[in-house]
Design a protein around this ligand. Sequence first.
Ligand SMILES: Cc1cc2nc3c(=O)[nH]c(=O)nc-3n(C[C@H](O)[C@H](O)[C@H](O)COP(=O)(O)OP(=O)(O)OC[C@H]3O[C@@H](n4cnc5c(N)ncnc54)[C@H](O)[C@@H]3O)c2cc1C
Length: 442
Amino acid sequence: MDHDMKIIIGSGLAGPLLAIYLSQRGYPVQLYEKRPDLRVENIPVGRSINLALSHRGIKAIKSADVFDKIDPLLIPMKGRMVHLSSGDIEFQPYSIHPYEHINSVSRGELNKILMTKAEASGKVQIYFDHSLLEIDGDTNELVFENGNRAPVTDHVFGADGAGSVIRNYIDEKVLSPSCVDPLGHDYKELHIAPGKNGEFQLDSSALHIWPRGEFMLIALPNTDKSFTCTLFLPAEGKRSFESLGTPELITEFFHTYFEDVQPLLENFPNTFFDNPTGKLATVYTDEWQYNNQYCLIGDAAHAVVPFFGQGMNASFEDCEVLMQCLDEAQGNWEGVCKKYSSVRKSDCDAIAKMAIENYVEMRDLVSRKEFKQQKEIANILMERFPDRFIPRYNMVSFTSIPYSEVYRRGAIQKEIISKLDLKKPDLTAAESMIKEKLSPLV
Ligand SMILES: Cc1cc2nc3c(=O)[nH]c(=O)nc-3n(C[C@H](O)[C@H](O)[C@H](O)COP(=O)(O)OP(=O)(O)OC[C@H]3O[C@@H](n4cnc5c(N)ncnc54)[C@H](O)[C@@H]3O)c2cc1C
């Protein structure tokens, strides 16, 4: 047994990226995954079919030297296409800079490319159909559902997602265990097939949103010219997954709230009942590591709700931060996991808050006049003071400014805008507030 052998549990998105990083630094890696190999068996990818990949995720993928394989899969989304209840459609660009956009990407394809790249290093061995059950503290072994066991000789990284077994293990050892806070809203994926001539049935350069106050539908494009739609709706209550229990009720609901999209949905309403209903929650974890040996990355440490499109991006950034801590320590692992978790925790707490806040923005505010005026002013201020004022969405999606700093600056920026007349903003007053309260960004 190689005593430098690193073990990673979970070969979803963060696990294989971390495996690549570790292999680049010369470490052998055993990666254990509960599912079969996606590249061999056609199995559901779990969670969402596609995701929004933005600056932070791209930067981390580039460090793994695998972006050239992923780039052709990306579909740029330059803004939100807001489908109002009135039937009107409004395009809201994400940025004043045409080169700033987010990208729709297939979860499955991304996962496959990362796993193949990890294996190509010759240092990473992926064990599929290995669902970790527990850690046997007496024998110091990982115990898998299939009966196999593996000795723990070195670091173990929990990249096993929101229901992490490694997090449960750490929870048993620490004073302040993690907690899971359900959002109370669930989600359901639906599908818009390509049109008769194989074309996209909606504009493919945007993320589509049907904001309806308490709930919303969104759609992201896929490379086969289809769209994956996701309905986010309260789990219980008057208009909820619980209350829409029959084909007639769900058809009527879509007819009332999403009339323009309903005819485009494939095999509707059957798919509504065939597809699973997903749960949404935030995972709050105080202790991301134990004994500088067991360490959490990605959703295992900080699952967030998906409304800022940052869960995967943040998980990839975790891997980069962990490696920065290791590189700064010149490969001396002592204290690395501790340092990584102390550096990273406040940032992930911040993105968790912003993700919840963004649900309200997406499902409600985007259709309001005041929100659009505030956005216009924010764009003017960004244009005039690019070194100090960047709208919060843009700091999150198009920069690597730490999320906690984004949160802090975002609150100041919001306050500055709240002091301006939305119809006729006094830019001189704005300038003095900006210079006083926002330090230049480096
Ligand atoms: C509806 C929805 C939409 C989303 N959209 C976006 C988006 O647009 N942009 C974005 O950045 N993020 C998005 N996210 C968040 C993103 O999916 C997660 O943040 C990301 O998948 C986290 O990666 P991970 O590797 O930490 O966990 P996961 O991707 O969940 O991977 C965990 C892996 O561990 C395996 N595993 C679990 N338990 C065990 C076990 N006991 N033993 C062995 N293996 C195990 C699982 O099979 C899986 O392969 C979205 C999430 C949802 C639910």
